[in-house]
Ligand binder design. Structure first.
Ligand SMILES: [Zn+2]
Length: 434
């Protein structure tokens, strides 16, 4: 009898311990997060709700959207046992929300029996701003005249803070930069290789909540015919250049194949690099008046010469020349076309030893094929300052300067930037709008 009683008590103790372990097994509430959990949102914003419980798992979740005294149930969901992680997308589009503050209340419970079987509860209130209004764009500049390959500027005002603003058409986007006047200035181009029918520039602004507006502008686009040129690739040129190009075309053997690799693949890589530099631009214009043309230099190849390359009378390649070639004496002193900050000063493939200067608003100038570089990235240079000496490094047969101008990484007609009248009428006068 006595031993039976003992066994009975032992069983009770074991049961109590087991119940205790079960009861206290999970005492931590689930973790929850909402992204974005603050700031502005629009009906286009997808809110991501993440739940996590490492103990017994998530049991349920309830989401309520509150605006003023209006409580709108958005979601109520139960989950099977052992649901450790839950990611849910919350869509507010179906709710009739008003412009202004909005609160999102999230409540989630785990599968634990703690708290007398109710489980552990997490509750959190997120405060956001619901914004349905797209930014209002006020166009401030007039008379936007473009010649194919050339540049132009638009100035506009915005009524709210934006995440992104600029000019777009097709796949092109040119960022606008906020100015001290409070307005935005956007430098862009009618690219040399875009058809007139595809050049329909629009100002675009997207606010922090994601609301976007586009505004057409008045503009005139003038076409321009460019030249076609034949280039004979001689064995003498190859013999002279191949030692330099071998490093750029490591797995290519035959001289003409090395030339083609550099003229095609390396050219493309170098252009991508130039486009990359455009992101390192000053939001303020750094130039001061028209650009300086290299003194006493004769003009050779022009901006947008369509080149066809021949080797032993046979066509081997086609490329477009996207700068202005200038030549004077061998190893001539090369001057900065305008004031700005040096963003590149070293070897770059087809451009050889070259310098890139940033002039702000995405405007940059390129000085290629040099024999000597006198500046370093980060240097501030002034208009006319000597930055190095001309040479024939890179894809150059003889000593000359290849001068390029780029707008947000797109090559543009350099002649316009040398022209004080053009600059005043099309760019500088617009930057003075108050
Ligand atoms: Zn050139």
């Amino acid at each position: 009898m006595k031993s039976l009683k003992k066994l009975f008590f032992l069983l009770i103790i074991v049961a109590l311990v087991a119940a205790g372990v079960f009861y206290f097994r999970d005492t931590t509430p689930p973790q929850l997060s909402l992204t974005p959990g603050s700031g502005p949102i629009s009906k286009k914003t997808t809110l991501l709700l993440s739940l996590n419980d490492n103990g017994m798992g998530i049991k349920n979740v309830q989401v309520t959207v509150i605006q003023g005294t209006n409580r709108m149930p958005l979601l109520k969901q139960d989950f099977p046992p052992q649901t450790e992680v839950v990611d849910l997308e919350l869509d507010l589009a179906a709710l009739k929300l008003q412009q202004g503050g909005v609160q999102i209340e999230v409540s989630t419970t785990d599968q634990s029996v703690y708290h007398l079987g109710k489980g552990n509860v997490s509750q959190q209130l997120f405060t956001l701003t619901y914004d349905t209004r797209a930014p209002i764009i006020s166009l401030l500049s007039k008379a936007h005249n473009f010649t194919k390959g050339g540049s132009g500027l638009v100035v506009f005002g915005l009524n709210e803070e934006v995440e992104s603003a600029g000019v777009q058409f097709g796949d092109y986007f040119f960022p606008a930069y906020p100015q001290q006047s409070g307005h935005y200035a956007c430098l862009f181009t009618y690219p040399y290789n875009v058809k007139e029918s595809d050049f329909i520039p629009r100002v675009m602004a997207r606010d922090l909540a994601g609301n976007e507006r586009q505004l057409g502008i008045y503009y005139r686009a003038k076409n321009k015919k460019f030249r076609h040129r034949k280039i004979n690739v001689s064995d003498q040129f190859l013999a002279q250049k191949i030692p330099e190009f071998e490093d750029l075309a490591p797995d290519v053997i035959n001289p003409i194949d090395i030339f083609l690799y550099v003229n095609q693949t390396v050219r493309q890589q170098n252009r991508a690099k130039l486009a990359e530099f455009s992101r390192k631009t000053s939001p303020d214009p750094l130039w001061n008046g028209s650009f300086l043309r290299q003194p006493q230099a004769a003009s050779l190849a022009r901006f947008v010469d369509y080149r066809t390359y021949y080797y032993k009378g046979k066509e081997i390649d086609k490329q477009v020349h996207l700068g202005q070639d200038l030549a004077s004496v061998v190893q001539a002193e090369i001057v900065a076309g305008n004031s700005g900050e040096v963003v590149w000063s070293e070897y770059l493939g087809i451009y050889g030893l070259c310098v890139v200067i940033d002039h702000g608003l995405g405007l940059q100038s390129l000085y290629a094929h040099m024999s000597q570089l006198n500046v370093q990235p980060g240097d501030m240079v002034s208009r006319g300052q000597i930055i190095g000496r001309s040479g024939a490094t890179g894809m150059a047969g003889g000593d000359h300067l290849h001068f390029g101008v780029l707008v947000s990484g797109i090559p543009v007609q350099p002649i316009e930037w040398w022209d004080a009248h053009w600059l005043q009428d099309n760019i500088d006068s617009k930057l003075k709008i108050n």
